[in-house]
Design a protein around this ligand. Structure first.
Ligand SMILES: NC(=O)CC[C@H](N)C(=O)O
Length: 311
């Protein structure tokens, strides 16, 4: 099957790359604005670790919101479902990813889900570790295990750039503190630093495909046979990816593509074909809802061709 995909990929990537003109590279984190707007890369990985790659699959980018899927898994392993869902809900918000609207509007003021910024900040507060450094160390350890490589690093320039301009995220976090979603013992600035750092973990399409592969196989890395996450938690994460993973375009993506996916403002998309492939995509030009225009087009094209939709 990967052979068949390999044969088609160059044509499809070329076609989808053209869609980049309909998007813009995120500039609200200044460091992200340096990314090449017209790039598009993809890696698919099968159960033995075999890959099909095309385009700018070697391009390094930061995980941004894709990291939220894995911090959610870590928080679930640290605190169980009850602990996590006391702090975040399970519903799509219908608002932009950085919105604070419903935190005031809807009682009891907990974020709607763990994949919007407010929810992800609340989830990050649950990661165990005596100090912020220890927390980020545990997060990195988990990301590296899932990616099957010790090479994952924090891009410090991106993290600093985000910290310097994160007026919205700061507002969200202080609002959460006031709503008592964040307990009295939590130092908001330290918490945000951990959040910026995990959003700034640098990756390429192949490393991201490997992380996706672990989820495609229910939490067991099929390459090594090692169980990294309990199956039930992976099911929760995949459900959130379907309902909220592409922000306000999640409904349309489910209809057109029909596979669990998570996007980030760096233009990355992690997608899963359950039991078959982990997929990493990068295309830095984003549409209005914050998803890679070329990347979404490519995934839709492939899903249609290979009948991947779960629905
Ligand atoms: N959509 C995203 O990728 C958002 C993540 C980004 N680090 C932020 O908090 O704004």
């Amino acid at each position: 099957m990967l052979d068949q995909i390999r044969a088609q990929l160059p044509g499809w990537v070329n076609e989808s790359r053209a869609l980049a003109v309909h998007g813009r590279v995120a500039a609200y984190i200044p460091e992200l604005a340096k990314a090449p707007a017209d790039a598009l890369g993809i890696t698919l990985m099968g159960r033995g670790g075999e890959t099909a790659s095309e385009g700018s699959h070697d391009l390094k980018f930061t995980m941004q919101s894709i990291s939220k899927v894995f911090t959610l898994l870590l928080a679930l392993m640290d605190h169980g479902e009850e602990g996590v869902f006391a702090k975040v809900g399970m519903e799509p918000s219908g608002d932009d990813f950085n919105s604070m609207l419903k935190l005031e509007l809807v009682e009891p003021g907990i974020p709607f889900n763990p994949l919007i910024n407010a929810g992800a900040i609340a989830v990050t507060s649950l990661i165990k570790g005596e100090t912020p450094a220890r927390k980020i160390e545990r997060i990195l350890r988990f990301f590296r295990d899932a990616a099957g490589t010790n090479e994952l690093r924090i891009n410090e320039a991106v993290s600093r750039s985000e910290a310097a301009t994160a007026h919205r995220n700061r507002s969200l976090a202080y609002f959460l503190k006031d709503n008592e979603v964040l307990g009295g013992e939590i130092d908001v600035e330290e918490l945000l630093q951990v959040y910026f750092d995990h959003c700034s973990v640098e990756i390429d399409c192949t490393q991201l495909a490997r992380m996706a592969l672990v989820l495609a196989f229910g939490g067991i890395d099929p390459v090594t046979g090692r169980e990294l996450v309990p199956r039930r938690y992976v099911r929760i994460a995949k459900s959130f990816m379907v309902t909220c993973g592409m922000y306000n375009a999640s409904g349309e993506f489910a209809i057109r593509t029909g596979i669990p996916a998570k996007s980030g403002v760096s233009g990355g998309i992690m997608a899963i074909v359950p039991g078959q492939y982990g997929i990493g995509v990068v295309g830095p030009a984003l549409g209005r809802q914050g998803n890679s225009t070329a990347g979404v087009h490519l995934l839709e094209r492939m899903s249609t061709a290979f009948d991947w939709s779960l629905f």
